[in-house]
Design a protein around this ligand. Sequence first.
Ligand code: SF4
Ligand code: SF4
Length: 330
Amino acid sequence: MAMNIMFTSHCNQSCPYCFAKSVLVVPGRKRQKEEISAENLRFILDFIRTSGGNQINIIGGEPTLHSEFKRRYDEIDSRGFFAMIFSNGVMEQDTAVYLGGRKSLTSMILNIREPQEYTRSDWDKIIFALKHIKNTVLSFRIYRLGFSIDFIFDLIKEFKLIPFVNLAPALPCLNVESKYLPLSHYQEMGAKLARLSMKSRKFAISWYSDSGFILCGFSKKNLKELKRNVNFVPNVNCSSAVEVKPNLDVQRCFGMWGKRNEHPISLREFVGVKQIHNYFDRRSLMIKHRYGALDECRKCSDFARQICGGGCLVHIFKKHPDLYHGKIFS
Ligand code: SF4
Ligand code: SF4
């Protein structure tokens, strides 16, 4: 069981689907930049070790923008931890060279958009990072039906990256606006993914997902094709992500965070990683086992058997706004 540790609350991109907007410094919102301190990082590493782990997941914002990024990473390294870093790849050259040389870096999950969505200089930085950080997995969020992922296959081939793509629909946030694919478009997305999987298969590139799909977004035929072509089994029943802010406040996932939900609980209130997951899962499952995001969920046998979770929790709250009084997660 993992926790995602926010190194920074700021980012150098502004992805239209950004799921973290509610906790980030963004234009027009008064919020102080936060960065993880040496002391809080030490507390987290001790906490992970006490829980029996030796891996840290580093997120942001853009974590490499931390003003003492290398010093913080060195601490992780020197304590014998492994790290997975979630980055947008728009980083300075010396940071890319530094990360490329870290044996403790198990992978960099690089959240990438289509090339035309970047400035020339940001795209060049990504390309530099890909040349130097070989254990990169490209991760793509689908926020519109007209998406294209062919460029991802080309990048994996050209830079000999890990032949694995992380794919998920962009999901809504409870209290801030962001772009996401409405559930009514999921079947079209499912059919398109099945078509694209044939091309991916030719390059021997597999796919995986960590959140956000629904089972009825795929026909049985599409599911079979996806499994056969790219070994893809969409995650249709996600649980708590567990994200830790630089000040050690813990949240279930970025999408659930916001004005009406700001009754923070600190990592210091817990004794282990499993206890945090149980804490958030207990609260969300009360809802997830009873309500789905679609009218059809009520009569769905996959919902009754808890095979499909009836959509992301934020979709469920958007469908049943009266359920959310700001107390469930407080
Ligand atoms: S790179 Fe990540 S944190 Fe930054 S804007 Fe995009 S989705 Fe948000
Ligand atoms: S639980 Fe709801 S979203 Fe999932 S397959 Fe059934 S009807 Fe679709």
